[in-house]
Design a protein around this ligand. Structure first.
Ligand code: SDX
Length: 430
């Protein structure tokens, strides 16, 4: 908190009020507007919460103007280069980098919970084979509440951390099971002698009929992508998890709500939409046409993977992923024409006045699909990859909210409907 105040005065009534300024350790100053309705008789109006802080958090800091992203104070560039997804998960959950013994204990805890109740596989088999995996994920993760509900006490810190570790551990198992159901393949159980991303790739692609060797390149590339997608402060899906959590709902239900929010193409669904967009554009010669369409207010087409509510500069994750694209394609001996197309699309867009003026840059979703595709992950599973990683952010933010006194989230509205009127009998309506 700071002791600074801002004076708000209403010229019409002559009334005025001083609002406290709330400052964090970093970032823009905010006005505490709680006193505005009683002090001046006004509420505030901010559709999309573009100018509204919904909470105080110590987990992730973004400076959109400078393209800065830090998890618990550590720059994303350093974590991407030197850490692992499991270590980043520990950091986001606990606030500090682990000692070796704490990291090993956490890794063992996660491994211990990778299995799911056998009946979940029966649940998954009930979906039509071509159900979208994000629809399956939302349903199956939500159903975990049915398996762990009666004993769950949200006021018990140990049970909260157990639920958090269970979700981090089970998301890859459920994701792989959804994919294998879609492919008509037999389920593969988690192999706990493998590391997090190796275990996931083994569950996704191994076949009971033959040896499967996990590609070290693929495991490392996926670990990097999971680090970059792990958390991003109060984005739409995390805010959804917090809002659902503010009602005291079961944490599995909170994460299921987050999965549903993430699926939207304006949010995590954009990584799938980018590949569809690149496929539709097809050739570099058609890029100018699509750039013009993206600028046309009468055309619903948007440049998917471009723009961001907070970043008005390069998304630092996009920078890292773009460099990783080259390394992964080179190490896998692949040459993906979509990479050239994406680079040309970015080049032309960033030279265009519309994108420059509106500060629209590639975001985390613009290049990630190139790597997922190179690893053999189908486009329909791209947002599921995002969900596996973001589960760490969701449960970390949910834990933080549970640990601080929180009122139920309940925004107000500006009512624009009919004023009071009398009920009219049926025979008197025309
Ligand atoms: C993620 O919040 C997070 O942190 C999200 C995320 C995370 O890690 O959790 O970073 C992950 O969701 C990244 C974003 C993925 N979505 C996309 O790539 C979809 C395409 N992008 C847009 O839909 C849009 O940029 C948003 C949704 C990302 C941001 O929308 P905003 O903040 O509401 O901005 P806006 O729609 O008001 O855009 C401002 C202007 C508008 O023009 P004007 O009305 O001012 O004339 O820029 C235009 C928009 O029309 N614009 C675009 C555009 N994005 C914004 N024009 C063309 N193509 C685009 N992609």
């Amino acid at each position: 908190m700071s002791n600074k105040k801002v004076l708000i005065s209403d010229k019409a009534s002559g009334q005025q009020i001083e609002l406290p300024v709330v400052r964090g350790t970093e970032g823009e100053p905010t006005l505490d507007i709680k006193g505005l309705p009683s002090g001046l008789g006004y509420f505030t109006y901010d559709p999309g919460f573009a100018a509204t802080a919904a909470c105080t958090s110590q987990i992730t800091f973004i400076d959109g103007g400078k393209g800065i992203l830090r998890y618990r104070g550590y720059p994303i560039e350093q974590l991407a280069e030197r850490s692992t997804f499991v270590e980043v998960a520990y950091l986001l959950l606990n606030g500090e980098l682990p000692t070796e013994s704490k990291l090993n204990a956490f890794r063992d805890n996660v491994k211990y919970h990778t299995m799911v109740h056998e009946q979940l596989y029966t649940f998954i088999s009930g979906f039509h084979y071509d159900a979208h995996p994000m629809a399956m994920m939302a349903g199956v993760v939500g159903s975990l509440a049915a398996f762990y509900h009666e004993r769950f006490n949200v006021n018990d810190p140990e049970q909260r951390m157990l639920a958090a570790e269970r979700m981090i551990a089970k998301m890859p198992t459920i994701a792989a099971a959804c994919y294998r159901h879609h492919m008509g393949w037999p389920m593969v159980y988690p192999q706990n002698n493998l590391r997090f991303t190796e275990r996931f790739l083994h569950m996704m692609f191994s076949m009971p009929s033959e040896e499967y060797e996990v590609s070290e390149v693929a495991a490392r590339a996926l670990d990097l992508l999971f680090i970059l997608h792990a958390d991003h402060e109060q984005n739409a899906s995390t805010s959804t998890v917090r809002l659902v959590g503010s009602t005291g709902a079961n944490p599995y239900a909170c994460v299921a709500a987050g999965i549903s929010a993430l699926w939207g193409p304006a949010h995590g669904g954009a990584n799938e939409a980018v590949l569809a967009m690149l496929a539709e554009i097809g050739d570099v010669s058609k890029v100018p046409e699509y750039i013009e369409r993206a600028k046309d207010k009468n055309d619903p087409f948007r440049l998917m993977g471009f723009g961001h509510r907070v970043y008005k500069h390069y998304d630092p994750r996009a920078t890292i992923i773009r460099a990783a694209c080259y390394e992964v394609l080179d190490e896998l001996g692949q040459d993906d024409p979509m990479m050239d197309l994406a680079m040309e699309l970015e080049r032309i867009a960033l030279e265009d006045e519309y994108f420059i003026e509106k500060k629209l840059y590639p975001n985390v979703d613009f290049y990630s699909g190139i790597i997922y595709k190179a690893l053999g992950i189908p486009v329909s599973m791209f947002t599921v990859m995002f969900a596996i990683a973001r589960t760490v952010g969701w449960v970390s933010q949910w834990l933080e909210q549970c640990e601080t006194p929180t009122k139920i989230g309940r925004p107000r509205q500006v009512y624009a409907g009919p004023t009071e009127r009398r009920y009219r009998a049926l025979h008197r309506r025309q």
